[in-house]
Ligand binder design. Structure first.
Ligand SMILES: NC(=O)c1ccc[n+]([C@@H]2O[C@H](COP(=O)([O-])OP(=O)(O)OC[C@H]3O[C@@H](n4cnc5c(N)ncnc54)[C@H](OP(=O)(O)O)[C@@H]3O)[C@@H](O)[C@H]2O)c1
Length: 309
């Protein structure tokens, strides 16, 4: 188990985004079975977002899928222990135009739509998805605080925040001990580790750090062993898959890390949960930590590197 704010959650969560990929249209039963498998195996953190959808006119698709999976679950897990996290602040419009909008009124509208899609009265953890370059970051953080004060959300997280942005949010809201920022969800993987400074600050303050695309995303996840030989070699030594080594390495990197690997099939969830059992010795950990990352993010044009305003 690991902690987000005042909630204990499983040390690995499930990233639900791949279940709303275009290729999954017509595979709803498989998607629901994947979430049910995660619940059966003790995963109590499900990550979604309003914009995870096969097309722009289906925004809320992934949130509705998560809600349906929870509604139809009949297994042994206690659903009261499950934390569903969603996000707002990215927009998706006609013709697949993507944008950002964290002005108070549109952000509130997005949050209200997420409440409906998830079928809840209050979102336990709402994450600010990405910096809106039209606004100061402080204004965006204040818009999140307004949502909390209105009772629409209970805890506030950030996503794609750099160290300056995290600093602004901490100045405005405080950290987890003050009921402020409880989590940061940034890209972090063998491929991309540019936000190590954000991770260090989160570790220092006890802010949960949720690495997104921990396996490099759906396109690269299956051949991560051929891209990063050290992870494959340690996998051979430990008798586990390279993907399981990646997840074990992330868990060993910091006590605040809670990876959220994506999955679209129940068997993948079995492997994700198996990774929790993998123990790396100091030499193996050192080798993995020394692996050179690549220079670019998965979304190189979408970095939160705009000058802080
Ligand atoms: N905040 C943000 O801006 C942001 C951006 C991107 C993603 N995210 C979040 O982060 C989550 C994870 O990112 P992601 O889904 O893009 O990428 P990812 O977790 O790096 O890769 C997902 C793919 O990895 C495969 N996989 C997962 N565990 C595996 C294992 N143990 N063995 C073999 N294959 C495995 C899955 O395969 P199958 O599909 O075959 O099961 C899935 O397609 C998303 O679901 C989303 O919740 C957030």
């Amino acid at each position: 188990m690991r902690r987000i704010g005042d909630r204990d959650v499983s040390c690995i969560g499930l990233g639900c985004m791949p279940m709303s990929a275009e290729r999954m249209v017509g595979e709803r039963d498989r998607a629901i079975a994947t979430i049910h498998r995660a619940l059966d195996l003790g995963i109590t953190l499900l990550d979604t977002a309003n914009v995870y959808a096969p097309s722009w006119d289906a925004v809320g698709h992934n949130e509705r899928l998560v809600a349906e999976a929870l509604r139809t679950y009949t297994g042994p897990a206690a659903l009261a222990d499950v934390l569903v996290t969603t996000k707002g602040g990215i927009t998706r419009g006609a013709g697949e135009t993507w944008g950002r909008d964290s002005r108070p009124v549109p952000l509130r509208a997005a949050c209200e739509a997420s409440l409906v899609a998830l079928g809840v009265d209050c979102i336990e953890l709402y994450q600010h998805h990405r910096h809106d370059p039209a606004l100061s970051y402080a204004d965006q953080v204040r818009a999140m605080r307004d949502l909390r004060e209105a009772g629409l959300i209970r805890m506030i997280g950030l996503s794609n925040a750099n160290l300056d942005e995290l600093g602004v949010a901490l100045d405005e809201l405080g950290g987890p001990d003050d009921g402020g920022v409880v989590s940061v969800q940034n890209e972090y993987s063998p491929r991309y580790r540019a936000d190590a400074d954000v991770l260090d600050r989160c570790t220092e303050l006890g802010i949960a750090y949720l690495p997104w695309s921990p396996l490099g995303g759906a396109e690269q996840a299956h051949d991560i062993g051929s891209r990063y030989a050290d992870f494959a070699e340690v996998g051979v030594e430990a008798g586990v898959s390279p993907q399981e080594v990646v997840l074990a390495w992330l868990l060993a990197t910091s006590a605040v890390i809670i990876p959220i690997p994506g999955a679209s099939r129940p068997q993948t969830v079995d492997s994700i949960v198996h990774a929790v059992e993998v123990r790396l010795d100091a030499a193996q950990f050192g080798r993995l930590a020394a692996t050179a990352p690549e220079a670019t993010s998965m979304y190189p044009d979408d970095l939160p590197r705009s000058p802080l305003r």
